[in-house]
Design a protein. Structure first.
Ligand code: GDP
Ligand code: MG
Length: 424
């Protein structure tokens, strides 16, 4: 049992620390420990926590009880007290007992990498199928913890002949409960997947165009999201008010409004068992009309990451969606001959190149036809006639003196209509 106090998120965001563990001899040639720490901090911040302390711990030797050495554990206990931390993210994999021992020593909640990633996926999965997939991954994680701690207990008992203490029985019960839960989830998932085809076709009827930002964590997606939509925040438009904070209205140069959504970033060294859950969080991307793939030009792994993203987009069935490549952070690079991406080179931070990006998006959508659903009073015959002559009316019905119309229009034509009849 975990004796650590549970944070009340409704009062204030938890105050947390991030420790990136760098194992000696396992350093990456491409990414420095600093970069990995930055990624870990960015990752954790996605959970709306306040990261007040972050550090790299270099380990040459693993302590099987606490992972970190005794001295480091003791010193850090002081840090936890001084900073009044609510949780610590140890950026690596911890065994269940290491996690418990650290919690005991530091008197705070301790999360390892898989736990944090799962939390993020759980908070971001939007579709029913996505949420089920993530729940399954969470159960698998809990199961692996049970199994591991069980074998650990068994080893502790050593050669004792007495079998079946209360601990073991509890674990067996927990294990069965998780198995049952997983079974129910799998059945539900199969059912939802069957229904999904129907939902897709319903979605394509929506007349608002959707753009999805994809790319690795730290590429600058959220910064770009802010930069492109920032001025539109607090919009009074009802249509957008109900959407979640990761989806915002984006007003293009022409005044046309589209929807931009930020997605969970790709994660370097994603634990293998989380791959399916990650893909599930990207399901909304499949329904988008345009993808902005954001690249971090300052990362040495830029090109390799671009390939990873392309492969996953293909796997989730998004490869037919048009992509605009956004090569970000050009403010910090001098020359990168190896980046051969054709796209918009910009800086979400300084704003350089963002106008060009807007223009490119505008151009892309200029000739896309969209179905608009309109209600027009029967007295306004002029409007109806105009729509018939300029667009393709797909559906039309009259109810209590109001025409209900579905009209397919090119973007420029829709704008003309809005101007001509002063509707918005
Ligand atoms: N120098 C520079 N830094 C940037 C730029 N865009 C984002 N960043 C920084 O990169 C880090 C990650 O950005 P963020 O938007 O959170 O990335 P995300 O994980 O893709 O959402 C943050 O520290 C940003 O300030 C840029 O154009 N130039
Ligand atoms: Mg982000």
């Amino acid at each position: 049992m975990n004796q650590v106090k549970v944070h009340d998120w409704t009062v204030k965001p938890p105050c947390v620390a991030v420790l990136h563990v760098d194992f000696k001899g396992k350093e990456s040639l491409l990414r420095s420990a600093d970069e990995k720490l930055a990624e870990a901090v960015n990752l954790f911040e996605a959970l709306e926590v306040e990261v007040v302390y972050s550090d790299i711990v270099r380990l040459s030797q693993v302590n099987s009880h606490t992972l970190l050495g005794k001295g480091k554990v003791e010193v850090f206990a002081g840090t936890c007290r001084d900073l009044k931390l609510d949780a610590v993210f140890v950026d690596c994999d911890l065994t269940p007992s290491q996690q418990r021992n650290l919690e005991k020593a530091w008197q705070v909640k301790v999360l390892d990498r898989t736990a944090v990633i799962l939390e993020i996926f759980a908070s971001r999965a939007q579709t029913k199928a996505g949420r089920l997939q993530v729940s399954l991954a969470q159960i698998a994680y809990q199961q692996s913890r049970l199994v591991r701690s069980w074998t650990h207990l068994e080893r502790q008992r050593g050669g004792l002949s007495k079998v079946g203490g209360p601990g073991e029985r509890q674990i067996e019960l927990d294990r069965r409960m998780l198995l049952d839960k997983a079974k129910v989830l799998r059945e539900k998932l199969a059912q939802v997947k069957q229904e999904r085809g129907v939902q897709r076709s319903a979605r394509t009827k929506q007349h608002i165009l959707q753009i999805a930002l994809v790319g690795y964590t730290n590429a600058g997606k959220s910064t770009l999201f802010e930069a492109l939509t920032g001025h539109e925040a607090g919009s009074e438009n009802k249509l957008f008010a109900t959407l979640d904070p990761l989806v915002r209205k984006l007003k293009l140069l022409s005044g046309r409004e589209v929807v931009l959504s930020d997605t969970v970033g790709f994660i370097s060294d994603l634990p293998h068992e989380l791959v399916e859950a990650f893909k599930a969080t990207l399901e909304e991307v499949v329904a988008s009309d345009l993808i902005l793939q954001v690249h971090d030009a300052s990362s040495l792994e830029c090109m390799a990451q671009a390939d990873d993203v392309a492969a996953v987009l293909k796997q989730i069935g998004a490869c037919s969606i048009p992509i605009i490549h956004v090569v970000n952070k050009v403010d910090v690079i001098e020359c990168r001959d190896d980046i051969t991406l054709e796209g918009i080179y910009c800086s979400a931070l300084t704003g350089e190149g963002l106008e060009e990006l807007q223009q490119r998006i505008e151009e892309h959508f200029a000739h896309v036809e969209v179905v608009h659903e309109l209600e027009i009073s029967a007295a306004e015959g002029k409007k109806i006639a105009w729509l018939h002559s300029h667009g393709k009316v797909v559906e039309q019905s009259l109810k209590e003196q109001t025409w209900h119309l579905k009209v397919q229009l090119e973007s420029s034509v829709w704008q003309k209509y809005q101007k001509l009849f002063d509707v918005g």
